[in-house]
Design a protein around this ligand. Structure first.
Ligand SMILES: O=P(O)(O)OC[C@H]1O[C@H](O)[C@H](O)[C@@H](O)[C@@H]1O
Length: 275
């Protein structure tokens, strides 16, 4: 699989696979791996890479007729540019509609662009995404999405603050009528957690990963850890893989984004390594 590697100060480096425009590694200046990618991830294009930062588009999860998390993470993007700028080293990857997507349940003409930047000090990265409607038939389109980030940390000692009072959809709840809940206090990970938090804060601190997460134009934060049973059921993750990451996924889920022809929509995710 083609990859692009960006490097900056110290031991920092970022690796992005063109398949999915999928970031699979970011080492900060001290050489610490900030992103979790499964050691048994599959890289032959037959499925999305397990871990890293999958781009879920144009559908989050099963919230629509497409395959889980849409098609963008299963397609080969083109490297449009790799460049150095004042703020750091960057790569711009793009994806356009193909016969396959035009024949899907989301038949639109589009261009996705993802600019991935590794800051010159190596201690932060940014993902700036834009979605352009290229339809020539005058049709607007709508989509849901997520930047499904897996962060290296131990969920067993992690709690998330700043979520108290938020309402969320609990996807581990089998009783549909009780899916929407309200967060009381901090979020802990003593069991499987699979939640869509609505109107989540635009800065989320993940202290056990020494990380600050900043999101823009993605109102939701999906928080996921499969815990023992679900991890064992994932063929591309070791049984104890769940002990090594937490997904905090900035997302636009509750209200799909709507883009008129020749217009575009943007969002961004910035990750800062903090001591
Ligand atoms: O296995 P995947 O298709 O990559 O999905 C992994 C996970 O993604 C999100 O976090 C969803 O909320 C989970 O329900 C899902 O299990």
């Amino acid at each position: 699989m083609n990859t692009t590697t960006l490097s900056a100060d110290g031991q920092s480096a970022l690796v992005v696979h063109h398949f999915g425009a999928h970031v699979t590694s970011w080492k900060n200046a001290a050489g610490r791996e900030m992103i979790y990618t499964s050691p048994t991830a599959i890289y032959d294009g037959s499925k999305a890479i397990r871990g890293g930062i999958p781009v879920c588009f144009p559908q989050f999860a099963k919230k629509g007729p497409l395959r889980q998390h849409g098609f963008a993470r299963n397609m080969i993007w083109s490297l449009d540019q790799a460049f150095e700028q004042k703020s750091g080293a960057a790569a711009r990857l793009v994806l356009a509609d193909t016969d396959e997507t035009r024949n899907s349940e989301w038949p639109h003409s589009f261009q996705l662009a993802l600019i991935i930047t590794l800051a010159s000090d190596g201690n932060s990265i940014a993902l700036d995404m834009s979605v352009t409607n290229k339809n020539t038939n005058g049709e607007a389109f709508s989509f849901t999405m997520a930047l499904h980030s897996y962060f290296t940390c131990d969920p067993q000692i992690t709690t998330l603050h700043g979520f108290d009072g938020l309402s969320y959809e609990d996807n581990t709840e089998t009783n549909l009528a009780s899916k929407i809940k309200s967060q009381a206090g901090k979020v802990g990970f003593g069991k499987e957690v699979d939640r869509v938090y609505f109107d989540a804060p635009d800065r989320i601190d993940l202290s056990t990963a020494n990380l600050a997460i900043y999101k823009k134009n993605m109102p939701e934060a999906v928080v996921w850890n499969p815990h023992v049973e679900k991890a064992a059921a994932l063929s591309d993750m070791p049984d104890d893989g769940w002990k090594h990451f937490l997904c905090i996924e900035p997302a636009r889920v509750a209200t799909p984004a709507v883009v008129e022809p020749n217009n575009f929509w943007t969002c961004s995710l910035e990750l800062k390594s903090v001591i």
